[in-house]
Design a protein around this ligand. Structure first.
Ligand code: T5A
Length: 224
């Protein structure tokens, strides 16, 4: 891995930090897997993780978050941030400092969309608390996969196990989450929104094109 090439990320040590975001069933995990394979084929050693989760402690927090029925919105926020702070400290920062590409399935935009807009917690408090949890770390590029809630829900039918606590939050909640992603993407040039309805291979090609556009020197702007 070329240290010089990896130095184009901003504010995150020497690596490049990419988050894949979006509502339920948008295809995030699918795109994270495809991006990881694409990076490995090019000789990179990406650090791939997910939220909530990604460390033993954070995976325990994830289980509570998704399985427990008795959580208030504020408790949910604090647990999401507890998971994030341990993941950032133990996994993401060290990987970025080692010059690696980090790809995460969800990061802070999920908190702004789900807890800030979805749960309607005071937005500036959510922003401030998230910043405290991350020490100010933000992805160099966030890709929001945009899909209507009914399409996302249909994609998840047939999956083993029923819907988790947050998936059961209701249509109005999931509509607010989608609108939040759209507003947040429009407000931040480091966030790119992609239509998530084409087939997965086409979306992957668009993500690769975005990487080349933003980090051309690292990912080979002219490469096929
Ligand atoms: N949360 C998380 C918060 O509230 N606040 C936070 O701060 C954070 C970090 C996490 C939950 O926590 C919440 C959000 C979530 O509710 P999760 O299980 O990680 O829970 O939930 P999701 O991230 O939504 O995971 P899903 O598996 O539901 O959705 P994905 O990852 O978006 O979708 P994926 O890739 O698993 O694909 C779903 C199905 O669609 C197919 C796949 O093959 C699969 O069958 N598919 C496509 N079908 C057609 N066209 C495409 N382009 C497709 N791409 C994938």
């Amino acid at each position: 891995m070329s240290a010089a090439g990896e130095s184009q990320g901003s504010g995150s040590g020497h690596g490049i930090f990419i988050a894949i975001e979006g509502p339920e069933g948008a295809g995030k995990s699918t795109q994270v897997r495809m991006l990881e394979a694409w990076l490995r084929e090019r000789g990179r050693d990406p650090l791939v993780t997910r939220e909530p989760g990604g460390t033993p402690v954070a995976e325990e927090v994830r289980r509570i978050l998704l399985e427990s029925d008795a959580l208030s919105a504020r408790t949910e926020l604090l647990l999401m941030l507890a998971s994030r702070s341990t993941l950032v400290e133990a996994v993401i920062r060290p990987a970025l400092e080692a010059g690696r590409v980090v790809v995460t399935d969800r990061f802070h935009l999920s908190t702004l969309a789900y807890q800030g807009y979805g749960r309607a917690l005071p937005f500036e408090d959510v922003v401030r608390m998230n910043r405290f949890a991350t020490g100010g770390l933000e992805p160099d590029l966030t890709v929001v996969l945009d899909v209507e809630p009914d399409v996302g829900a249909a994609r998840r039918t047939g999956r083993s196990g029923g819907p988790d606590r947050i998936e059961r939050a209701g249509d109005a909640f999931h509509r607010r989450v989608l609108e939040a992603y759209r507003e947040l993407a429009a407000a931040d040039p480091r966030v790119a929104r992609l239509d998530a309805t084409p087939e997965a291979g086409e979306i992957h090609d668009r993500i690769v094109a975005l990487l080349r556009e933003r980090f051309g020197e690292t990912f080979g702007a002219g490469e096929g």
